[in-house]
Design a protein around this ligand. Structure first.
Ligand code: ATP
Length: 483
């Protein structure tokens, strides 16, 4: 059940209208590809990060967390290959003056061929593009764009040559008098894990295989920034580096592919909206790599990368720092530089996936339209809304008493303004899974009505049963067990 392309603008305006996402610096006309999270957005994003952290760190005894700094010694980015290689092929359209990523233009063309059933043409173009990217053949990329008659959004085929553009933001560190040094805002969180590998291994007494997980900001000066949260210049990553024995990496790569897909599916997102996509061009550090792709309203796109990074990073840091980054394996009685399997997912891209998947417009029996965010309950910003039917006769006091109890367990909201139907719609629009209505009968027999967001079904339940019902409905334990 994929969503039509035209819901994307609706998702963007809904996100703004209901306090999920605001364009950053809006009163100064915004800043390209930078966004702020509003009162519900911050909750949803925190819940996504918490669910990832639980699945990684809490559920795996051999994975521990880390929070490394954004600024790192500049030499790290030389060692990692980012200074020399972290660039995208850029192309401009001479007529529209619009800027594009050459590989993205070609990927979109491949998808168009696939959609039209021209699978041979799609495969041929994918192979040719992979070859050009591997060989850094920029003229070859331009030829493919011309050969396949790729046009820009205005229909123009008048392209410049392709050139490489480094995506790292640089800045100066230290006062000028001291002789400041050029450094970078990290473009990925992974390097903070690699350079702390031995610190963590020794202090946690972990044995290989083990993992280090980290959530944090990353910065990339992206060439094209026109897809809302999909491609941002400041974003957050949730990364886990798994350290394994040499030659065991492909086995663990396959293991993490399956585990990570299970994590996505545990959120109740339909499996047909997901697929794996093997990389046509392997990065300079990888010997196997794939993406988990989700069918966004604008097509199947990467949401998470799984990479077998070999011993590239640790070996390079060993070389550039002059410090040993080796592990003594007591079972093999041998020292070695571990191999690494990485899982890397964007918190913001996952947020966008969740919003696109949740956004639903339903025509009701009375022909009115209900807009509802069918968020996985465990991720919903507000879990329970407490709604007194009327603003009198002691109903607000009763509702507040329940609210004061429940908020120790869940993020709840109390709302007494407007007619009950309007309040339900408000909660539907922000994705609250359970509404509790308090009426006159509640005063007599301590029961309330619980309304379920997705079905709009209503049930009479005892007040002292709310906690158990909501906990069971949220179902987090079952979800985590299923991964
Ligand atoms: P793309 O090909 O889309 O540029 P990538 O292959 O460079 O992505 P990785 O370096 O593998 O991405 O980063 C891991 C994850 O970080 C991605 O799967 C994505 O979810 C997220 N991510 C990367 N770049 C951005 C960005 N500019 N904005 C938001 N999320 C991003």
């Amino acid at each position: 059940m994929n969503k039509p392309a035209d819901i994307f603008p609706k998702v963007i305006s809904h996100a703004k209208e209901y306090g999920y996402v605001f364009p950053s610096s809006e009163i100064y006309d915004g800043l390209g590809a930078i966004y702020d999270y509003g009162q519900y957005g911050v909750e949803l994003k925190n819940n996504i990060k918490a669910y990832w952290w639980k699945a990684m760190v809490q559920m795996n005894e051999n994975i521990v967390g880390l929070d490394s700094a954004i600024f790192m010694a500049p030499k790290i980015w030389k060692a990692s290959g980012h200074v020399d290689n972290f660039s995208d092929p850029l192309i401009d359209n001479k007529d529209s003056k619009r800027r594009y990523r050459a590989d993205v233009l070609l990927e979109d063309k491949i998808q168009q061929y696939q959609k039209k059933g021209k699978t041979d043409k799609a495969a041929e173009l994918e192979t040719a593009m992979g070859k050009c990217l591997t060989e850094n053949d920029l003229a070859g990329l331009k030829n493919l764009i011309l050969e396949h008659e790729i046009v820009d959004e205005t229909g123009s085929k008048n392209w410049t040559d392709v050139r490489q553009f480094n995506l790292m933001f640089s800045t100066q560190m230290g006062a000028l008098a001291e002789g400041s040094e050029e450094t970078y805002l990290r473009p990925e969180t992974a390097q903070g894990i690699f350079v702390n590998f031995l610190n963590v291994q020794k202090t946690s007494r972990q044995k290989i295989p083990f993992g280090i997980a980290q959530i944090g900001k990353a910065f990339r000066n992206e060439i094209v920034a026109r897809q809302f949260l999909f491609r941002m210049r400041e974003f957050e990553q949730m990364e886990m580096q798994y350290f394994v024995r040499p030659n065991a990496e492909i086995e663990w790569y396959n293991y993490w592919k399956e585990k990570r897909m299970n994590w996505h599916l545990s959120l109740g997102i339909p499996a047909e909206n997901y697929r794996f996509h093997d990389h046509a061009k392997l990065a300079h550090y990888a010997n196997a790599a794939c993406d988990i792709e989700y069918e966004f309203p604008f097509g199947f796109k990467e949401v998470e990368g799984i990479h077998s990074r070999t011993d590239f990073d640790l070996s390079r840091h060993q070389e550039f720092s002059g410090k040993k980054l080796q592990y003594f394996d007591p079972e093999l009685n041998q020292n070695y530089v571990p191999f690494v399997v990485e899982t890397s997912i964007g918190a913001d891209r996952m947020f966008l996936l969740i919003l696109c998947n949740a956004y639903t417009e339903e025509v009701l029996e009375d022909q009115s339209t209900r807009v509802v965010l069918k968020l996985p309950p465990v991720l919903a910003p507000i879990k329970v809304a407490l709604l007194p039917l009327m603003k009198k006769d002691g109903l607000p006091e009763k509702a507040r008493a329940i609210f004061d109890d429940l908020r120790f367990q869940f993020h709840c909201q109390y709302d007494e303004k407007d007619a009950i139907g309007k309040r339900y719609r408000r909660q539907d629009a922000i994705g609250t899974p359970y509404c509790i209505t308090i009426d006159h009968q509640s005063l007599e027999d301590d029961t309330v009505t619980i309304r379920f967001r997705d079905t709009m079904e209503q049930k009479r339940i005892p007040i002292n049963g709310i906690l158990a019902i909501v906990k069971e409905e949220l179902n987090e334990e079952k979800m985590l067990r299923g991964i």
